[in-house]
Design a protein around this ligand. Structure first.
Ligand SMILES: Cc1ncc(COP(=O)(O)O)c(C=O)c1O
Length: 395
């Protein structure tokens, strides 16, 4: 089918939650994508920070094919070998000794929210109140849009769940003021993604950790976007030298196969007992085999260092561009999670980039977001930066 044919069927049969789109991709390899009309693109968006090893990475494709020919699904009524091996490897490389597998970022966060509430109920001192940040994004289920600190995602779905409040991001005093005797947890993204690639000051997360320790609160880090190598460490909070009590990941965990996970300390995990939380698909053999293969590649020598190096190279090049183009207000990010804040709307820039064969995306109305596959090269970066230079000269 060509693009026009796919669009016609989409418009006839798909519920219109995504609106008009420009094209349909039908093939991918590494950092390259092809649309239904045969045009090639350089992908600097990776399916919104998902396909971190690049499209159809051979190790992941091999794992998917092998598992698809062995066993796809059995449910969590039975033990699942790739699931326990994935949990073991994640535990070996994080603070989290216990894992629950979900289907996406929102359901990983649902698990975290439920665990935080159950934990305090189990202690005999229910503390259902959870503090989140303004401009945060935690997903599209009812609990996670409640946690999300952006009204536009809540409008028309009221009433929101009780027990959440929001404070400015990167402001420890605001968090402290919002704590009540009912507060059981704080949920934060170590770098806010959808909210505009907002990087907090270096002392913010350590101060939040101290606050949670002093006041006896659970700290939840939503690393759905920042996790799995995106910022140049396996988990972004490692830069802060502290760890949360609960973490959520998804997006790049399966390099495109739908999977999310919630990890936590042994102590936090004691909040759940058999029957308290479950999912049919979460952690099934196919998804966890793909995620295991993905994680093994990410943990190979030099992979994360490469993300840091290419990310720093990209940030420098964008900073040079910002010096030339006053329309750029700020370049910010970490590793290969980069936001370029513009003084104007970003939509025309995105459209021109796409015409020039570069896929990137927004993070809010004014921020151009680059979350490429983590395997991009300096040459790829050079091409994107020179294309952006030309586009900014035109818009
Ligand atoms: C930080 C964060 N949390 C949660 C989510 C929701 O993930 P999903 O779309 O997989 O439900 C996202 C998605 O963009 C995210 O960036």
């Amino acid at each position: 089918m060509n693009t026009a044919e796919i669009k016609a069927l989409n418009d006839r049969y798909i519920i219109n939650t995504y609106g008009e789109r420009k094209l349909a991709f039908v093939k991918g390899s590494g950092t390259r994508l092809w649309d239904a009309d045969g045009k090639e693109y350089l992908d600097f968006f990776a399916g919104i920070a998902v396909v971190s090893l690049g499209h159809c990475h051979p190790a992941v494709t091999e794992a998917i094919c092998r598992q698809a020919g062995t066993l796809v699904h059995v449910s969590n009524l039975y033990y699942i070998e790739p699931q326990v091996r994935l949990a073991q490897l994640l535990s070996a490389h994080s603070f989290a000794g216990r894992w629950f597998f979900a289907n996406c970022g929102a359901t990983a966060n649902e698990s975290a929210i439920k665990l935080a509430r159950r934990y305090w109920a189990e202690q005999g001192t229910p503390k259902p109140h959870i503090i989140a940040a303004e401009h945060s994004f935690h997903g599209r289920t009812l609990a996670t849009i409640t946690a999300t600190g952006q009204k536009k995602y809540q409008a028309g779905f009221e009433p929101m769940m009780p027990g959440f409040s929001h404070v400015p991001y990167d402001d420890v005093a605001a968090l402290e003021e919002a704590i009540t005797p009912e507060t059981g947890a704080i949920i934060l993204e170590p770098i806010q993604g959808e909210g505009g690639v907002r990087v907090p000051r270096a002392d913010y997360l350590p101060a939040v950790r101290r606050l949670c320790d002093d006041r006896g609160l659970l700290l939840i880090f939503d690393e759905v976007q920042t996790g799995m190598g995106r910022t140049g460490k396996l988990f972004c909070h490692e830069y802060a030298g502290i760890a949360p009590d609960i973490i959520t990941v998804a997006k790049a965990l399966g390099n495109g196969v739908p999977i999310g996970a919630m990890g936590c300390t042994e102590k936090a995990a004691s909040g759940f007992a058999p029957g308290m939380h479950a999912t049919t698909f979460g952690g099934n053999p196919l998804c966890t085999a793909a995620a295991l293969a993905t994680l093994e590649v990410m943990l190979a020598d030099g992979f994360l260092e490469g993300v840091q190096e290419t990310g720093a190279y990209f940030m420098n090049a964008l900073a040079e561009l910002a010096a030339k183009h006053p329309v750029i207000k700020e370049v910010r990010g970490k590793g290969l999670m980069i936001g370029v804040e513009m003084r104007d709307a970003v939509a025309p820039v995105l459209a021109r980039m796409l015409e020039a064969g570069i896929v990137c995306g927004p993070a809010g109305p004014n921020v151009l977001r680059f979350v490429p596959p983590l395997i991009v090269t300096r040459r790829d970066v050079d091409r994107v930066v020179s294309t952006l230079n030309a586009v900014l000269g035109e818009v």
